[in-house]
Design a protein around this ligand. Structure first.
Ligand code: SAM
Ligand code: SF4
Length: 354
């Protein structure tokens, strides 16, 4: 075994991948369930995993703690909707102890905002300083259409609750052709007035919604191409009204930031399709069933649930994590440039987490 557990976790060597990238950012999906059914993320009739397949909260604690021992400094909790998992505050509190010890620099979450009114104060108390809320539109009817099951007012109230609790809010907005592309100026204005940073995301080919043609061949999902809007175009559109200055600001995530001079807020762009950002990738993802994905856009994974359940020995878990990181690929293969969806992944986004 290459990695014997040191008496002091700080003595363990960090996680370095084959391309000399240091892996210090972990995103963990704590559930595949959600109270929304966003059209680009899930089908309306989703089959969720049987409960026994999910890692228990205790297993999630042990797993995340191992990553922290191996040098992960930033932990983002996601889903599905993380705040619908029963007793999830227990898990946040457990992670809070790594903030207190200084081992973890940042604990954050990505949420649809529906449960923030309930949990914002607790999250802030635990040490969560920033929260990403996904919101693609400020129009009630459109919001209901995109999320299928969501209510805009509840999410806006959740955002208020997060700000009242002192957390910084960032909005994630998936740019959807013909759906919210008439609202981008309004969103910049709305966010600017509330001191909220806004990040646009290109829709990614996650989840198999492909169709079979008569000859039985399965082609990439045509809906994705219909929805896809290059953020280069979004940025051009925004520049007609706003002064966007390039900014060196980084949260350690994949967004490239600009500063909107008129509002003072940051506007970020996550462009997996039109501008590949893999060369600086510092992160890996764990699903709610304990599969470690070294790349969001590749299939290779390591079954950490098996290791967790096979032995209480953390050295074995550390070793399995190191062996997986040694296989981290250079990047994803998503590509829309040939007018069809290449590199499509069969996993839905709620399984791997965004
Ligand atoms: N439920 C939470 C939420 O919506 O914020 C967390 C999980 S959700 C899967 C994480 C992020 O992934 C959201 O910002 C969502 O908009 C984004 N997302 C989901 N499916 C996507 C897709 N096909 N392409 C791009 N982003 C997607
Ligand atoms: Fe749920 Fe988030 Fe997926 Fe929407 S994007 S269905 S809120 S997991």
């Amino acid at each position: 075994m290459t990695d014997l557990t040191a008496d002091n976790p700080a003595d363990l060597p960090p996680l370095i991948d084959p391309f000399a990238r240091r892996i210090d950012y972990l995103r963990v999906s704590v559930t595949d369930r959600c109270d929304f059914r966003c059209v680009y993320c899930m089908s309306e009739q989703m089959q969720f995993l049987p409960k026994q397949e999910l890692l228990t909260l205790e297993e999630l604690d042990r797993l995340c703690t191992s990553f922290v021992d191996l040098g992960v400094r930033k932990l983002r909790i996601t889903g599905g909707e993380p705040l619908v998992r029963r007793n999830i505050m227990w898990f946040f509190e457990r992670m809070g102890r790594h903030l207190q010890s200084g081992a973890l620099r940042e604990l954050t979450l990505t949420t649809n905002g529906s449960q923030l009114r309930r949990f914002a104060q607790d999250l802030a108390q635990i040490g969560v300083k920033r929260v990403n809320v996904s919101l693609d539109t400020l129009d009630e009817a459109k919001f209901a259409r995109i999320t299928r099951w969501g209510r805009l007012a509840q999410v806006l109230d959740g955002i208020d609750a997060a700000q009242e609790a002192g957390m910084a809010v960032k909005l994630n907005c998936v740019a959807l052709k013909g759906q919210n592309d008439d609202e981008f100026h309004a969103m910049v204005e709305w966010c600017g007035a509330r001191g909220i940073d806004l990040v646009f995301i290109e829709v990614m080919p996650m989840g198999d919604m492909s169709i079979s043609s008569e000859d039985g061949a399965v082609s990439g999902d045509p809906m994705r191409l219909d929805q896809y809007l290059s953020l280069e175009d979004v940025r051009r559109q925004l520049a007609e009204r706003w002064t966007l200055s390039d900014s060196a600001y980084s949260t350690g995530g994949p967004a490239r930031y600009t500063r909107c001079e008129e509002t003072g807020a940051k506007i970020g762009f996550i462009t997996p399709l039109s501008h590949n950002f893999c060369e600086s990738c510092n992160r890996v993802r764990v699903t709610c069933t304990g599969q470690l994905f070294m790349c969001l856009g590749q299939d290779d994974d390591a079954d950490l649930r098996k290791v967790l359940r096979a032995s209480p020995d953390d050295a074995e878990l550390h070793d399995a994590i190191r062996r997986a990181i040694a296989r981290k690929p250079k990047g994803h293969d998503f590509d829309y440039s040939r007018q069809r969806v290449d590199g499509q992944m069969p996993r839905h986004m709620n399984v791997t987490g965004g």
